[in-house]
Design a protein around this ligand. Structure first.
Ligand code: SF4
Length: 356
């Protein structure tokens, strides 16, 4: 075993966190944990993993579930395409692989929602095959230790880091090697303030020796962020409220929210109420605006959503105002629907106001 791998594994044995998916070699549970942990902190992902593993202990349970149930359980975790792919892939594993998670790297990689990183994680953690994982933590550790300044978001960078990671992986202990390098990046060689003073790799670390730890890893692009302004129209009449299923190819596909008027820039209430979109939405129907929340900022990876909720009491029959595509439900039923986090927060606040 090379000394890089040896040192990492020794460090891991003394420092690893106690996490449930590390105590199993069930490929289904490992896959579940890996999908949940993509773009998610371990502290947040843990609660979701436990919920999913308890509701769907096997791939057959997940395949049989209703899509609404899967989405509801995923609510609040973000990147909802992960939940949709998880459900689709569970059905494929049951129909094509007779419910047994494939053990072949090529077959694993062919599954929807599984890319290089997740395929390597499943192949190594569940089947102990020598495929190196390369996630954000691994890029950082390798860039710093070996002083690689190729941008990690370039195709050349992906190739270079992938080759090095596969050269370094322990052939004898690939699973523990992969766990160790990711854990090392997560809690020792952190993005900010890494614990260099007490690091087993200090003698071989290029970045530390050159006092340039904060310069690694290198990225070429800065993420462009798009601002969006959502004016949610919460139509109420007696116990009824109108909700909307998001079916377009946009954020939060298949989740529920309220009818929305989206604007290019922030508008005052007067600008919104006199806009053609507002007039088209309400036509000649009668209504009262009963309250308006302030616009809260909701941050997604490439978008900042500024959302305000405009509560409307319908004076004309609610069905006449309700857009054709929308759904009319009893207010208390909304709890059954999977909604984006910002709608969930609005509902929680409303509940609080009503109970005080
Ligand atoms: S010495 Fe610092 S930068 Fe280098 S591997 Fe250790 S923690 Fe990371």
């Amino acid at each position: 075993m090379n000394s890089f791998s040896q040192k990492l594994i020794k460090w891991y044995q003394n420092n690893k966190r106690d996490l449930p998916w590390r105590k199993t070699n069930d490929a289904y549970l490992i896959w579940l944990s890996e999908i949940i942990l993509q773009q998610t902190r371990v502290e947040q992902g843990l609660a979701y993993y436990l919920k999913f593993a308890s509701a769907f202990p096997t791939v057959q349970h997940l395949a049989k579930a209703e899509n609404e149930e899967v989405m509801k359980l995923w609510q609040g975790l973000g990147y909802y395409s992960r939940a949709r792919n998880l459900h689709t892939t569970a059905k494929i594993i049951v129909s094509k692989y007779k419910g047994k998670f494939p053990g072949n790297h090529v077959d694993i990689l062919s599954l929807k929602g599984i890319g290089d990183y997740t395929a390597a994680a499943i192949a190594s953690f569940a089947y102990n095959q020598p495929y190196a994982v390369v996630d954000g933590n691994v890029y950082r550790v390798l860039a710093r230790v070996y002083g690689i300044d190729t941008p990690i978001d370039s195709s050349q960078g992906k190739k270079e880091f992938g080759l090095l990671a596969n050269e370094l992986i322990s052939e004898k202990h690939p699973a523990i090697h992969n766990q160790a390098i990711m854990e090392f990046g997560a809690i020792q060689c952190k993005p900010v303030s890494p614990n260099c003073e007490d690091c087993p790799l200090i003698a071989m670390c290029f970045a530390h020796q050159h006092k340039s730890v904060s310069s690694f890893p290198v990225k070429s692009k800065t993420t462009k962020v798009r601002n969006r302004y959502f004016n949610y129209i919460v139509l109420n009449q007696k116990r009824l409220v109108v909700i909307n299923k998001r079916i377009n190819k946009d954020i939060w596909t298949n989740l529920y929210d309220f009818p929305v008027i989206e604007t290019e820039k922030e508008q005052t209430e007067d600008e919104l109420f006199s806009s053609s979109e507002w007039k088209r939405f309400f036509g000649k129907n009668r209504f009262n605006v009963t309250s308006i929340t302030k616009a809260n900022k909701h941050i997604l990876s490439h978008q900042h959503i500024y959302a305000r909720f405009i509560e409307i009491e319908c004076l004309s029959p609610i069905k006449k105002i309700c857009p054709n595509s929308a759904i009319l439900i009893n207010q208390e039923e909304i709890q059954k629907y999977a909604v984006p986090r910002l709608v969930e927060l609005y509902l929680i606040n409303k509940e609080k106001q009503l109970s005080t």
